[in-house]
Ligand binder design. Structure first.
Ligand SMILES: O=C(O)[C@@H](O)C(=O)COP(=O)(O)O
Ligand code: ZN
Length: 215
């Protein structure tokens, strides 16, 4: 096995393990959700369409090139086009997570969200990991319009709430994208928990201070 093949095998095993962890902890159910990671300049690894995140098999993960050609593995996720759009537009994006996790999906169904930032910051780690949560309009799953919307915002943030559908989060690698997603789901859970409380939001200065420091 060449060094590159070895590295790719490790990425496949990492994807299977992280996806199973999401499934086992209730972040995904049934066949919902999809993950991808950049393999090199011209190829991504993506979960096959219709697959449960709890039961992925390394050899069956799909490989797709940047032009959208299906190279190997099972048929790729119907959402591979929006994953590709994020990689094509943002060279710093190396992994993408899409989930229908409970609290973020509940939030995606709320009317009248601020589409520039659906959750105003009330904890520092949300700012440090994710920053803001943009909202994209509803399109049916698999619609090429989702890719257009994400391409236009690919360099403006890491997290995108798809109205009436779920969440899309990017990262510098797959672990980073998964950790960003978990932080965001936890923030959405807190948001609903605090619904009937008067929240002390972080001030603009407090947010700026955190943005300057990074995570
Ligand atoms: O909601 C959907 O149908 C898709 O966005 C999804 O989450 C699962 O689609 P596949 O990755 O094609 O299984
Ligand atoms: Zn979906």
């Amino acid at each position: 096995m060449t060094e590159q093949e070895q590295r790719e095998q490790e990425q496949k095993i990492q994807m299977v393990n992280l996806a199973r962890s999401f499934y086992e902890r209730g972040y995904s159910v049934g066949g919902a959700g999809n993950l991808s990671v950049r393999l090199d300049d011209n190829r991504i690894l993506v979960t096959p369409t219709g697959s449960s995140l709890g039961r992925l098999v390394p050899e069956r993960l799909s490989v797709v090139d940047m032009q959208g050609n299906w190279i190997s593995g099972d048929k790729p996720s119907k959402e591979y086009v929006f994953h590709l759009a994020l990689y094509q537009q943002n060279p710093n994006c190396n992994a993408v997570v899409h989930l229908h996790s409970t609290y973020l999906t509940a939030l995606s169904c709320v009317e009248g969200l601020n589409t520039d930032n659906a959750i105003q910051a009330f904890t520092p780690y949300y700012v440090m990991r994710v920053g803001k949560l943009q909202v994209i309009p509803y399109y049916r799953p698999g619609s090429p319009k989702i890719a257009e919307e994400l391409a236009a915002r690919a360099n403006t943030g890491k997290a995108f709430l798809m109205a009436n559908h779920g969440i899309v989060v990017t990262g510098s690698d797959l672990i980073d994208a998964c950790d960003n997603t978990e932080e965001l789901e936890e923030t959405a859970k807190l948001f609903f928990t605090l619904q009937h409380q008067s929240i002390r939001y972080l001030s603009d200065d407090e947010v700026k201070d955190l943005e300057n420091r990074g995570k």
